[in-house]
Design a protein. Structure first.
Length: 344
């Protein structure tokens, strides 16, 4: 079934006069209607595992702003939880997991119960697929193995990834086993997402910056490409977007992977460089600094127009260089939508 979705067509390389648009973290704390449901759900994980609430918060930004795609409401850290790690979110601080510190800890992780444990997520996707207007695409997602591993190794988000890098050098075998398990678990999770109605997949590699090239290829590029290839084997038509945040010139390695259809660019990647080095091979998505949407006004408008115009002759999906931050004024998002769609 091919849907008449501007987002899906653009992702598959078709160019059109309009620019499809969605935003990372388009559902979330900057929206008062999200905060209301979040309070009703209790904890953040309760929200992710409640298909009624998760469906509702996925649809909230679409109702308010009419974006061209909805992204499943869930989190990349549901995978480590499904593999047997306890997960909690500490208010104002972020995620907490009991860290993986030894080879034994890696061996204890299981991939078998992923589908079963995450069945509420698939139920959310089925509901969304029934409720979403046919012109809107439904995006499923997962964290890329390296990014998920960084949280598993540190037990939390960390500004300094050097301890994680050290783990690779000190425990190469355990690290390889960890990545292999994450590839298996993530592939299974995403296959089930597609079966439940996801029409495109994004793989978030939020922590791929700063690795030496050899480690980057081993920890970021190859595992992410392997997941994409396995998905395409069963579902050749499912478009896949990779987001190796902070990869700089190593983005070009992703342009050579057939299984990727789109590449999401971060805030720091020069747009002209992306046009020259990525657009000939893949649909580019993203790039706008989310902090400009906090600022709003002429500065945001000018940057948004410049970004849209940079990619006006190639397939391009409007998005940010990273997710909206919680203090984004909701009215600036409305202004941004108006700017992106002007003259269209
Ligand atoms: O709208 C969407 O983008 C869909 C839902 C989504 C969430 N997280 C919801 C969320 C998606 C795609 C993610 C991905 C995610 N989660 C990433 C990759 C993208 C990125 O931001 O780099 C990462 C690294 C995580 C892990 C994570 N989840 C952290 C570090 C935190 C705490 C920090 C924070 O922003 O609060 C979360 C919590 C989280 N995930 C929230 C939301 C809306 C906030 C939780 C709350 O409401 O209290």
């Amino acid at each position: 079934m091919t849907k008449d979705s501007l987002f899906l067509k653009t992702l598959k390389g078709e160019q059109s006069l309009s620019t499809p648009t969605w935003f990372m973290r388009q559902a979330g704390r900057y929206l008062p209607e999200y905060r209301a449901i979040r309070a009703e759900a209790g904890s953040f994980t309760d929200l992710c595992y409640n298909p009624g609430f998760a469906t509702e918060v996925t649809l909230q930004p679409i109702r308010r702003y009419d974006m061209d795609a909805a992204i499943l409401f869930a989190d990349i850290l549901l995978i480590p939880e499904a593999m047997g790690m306890d997960l909690s979110f500490v208010a104002g601080e972020g995620p907490r997991l009991k860290p993986v510190v030894s080879a034994e800890n890696v061996t204890e992780l299981t991939v078998e119960r992923v589908r079963n444990h995450l069945s509420p997520v698939f139920e959310t996707l089925s509901r969304l697929s029934a409720e979403l207007d046919p012109s809107k695409a439904l995006i499923g997602f997962a964290g890329a193995p390296w990014t998920v591993a960084t949280y598993m190794l540190a037990g939390q988000g960390t500004k300094d990834p050097s301890a994680n890098r050290q783990f690779i050098y000190n425990h190469p075998k355990a690290f390889a086993e960890l990545i292999e398990k994450l590839v298996d678990a993530t592939t299974d999770y995403l296959l089930a997402q597609v079966e439940a109605g996801a029409e495109a997949i994004q793989l978030f590699d939020s922590w791929s910056a700063g690795l030496p090239q050899k480690l980057f290829e081993q920890a970021c590029l190859e595992p992410t490409a392997e997941i994409a290839r396995r998905l395409k084997k069963d579902h050749p038509d499912i478009p896949i977007i990779a987001f190796p945040k902070g990869a700089g010139p190593l983005y070009t390695l992703y342009t050579k992977v057939d299984a990727f259809d789109g590449l999401s660019i971060d805030t720091g990647l020069p747009w002209a460089w992306a046009l020259e080095n990525i657009s000939p091979y893949k649909t580019v998505q993203g790039g706008l600094d989310p902090l400009l949407v906090v600022k709003g006004g002429e500065e945001m408008a000018e940057a948004a127009r410049m970004l849209r115009d940079t990619f006006k002759d190639v397939p391009y999906i409007f998005n940010l260089g990273h997710g909206f931050v919680p203090h984004t004024p909701p009215e600036h998002v409305a202004d941004l939508m108006t700017i992106i769609r002007e003259k269209e």
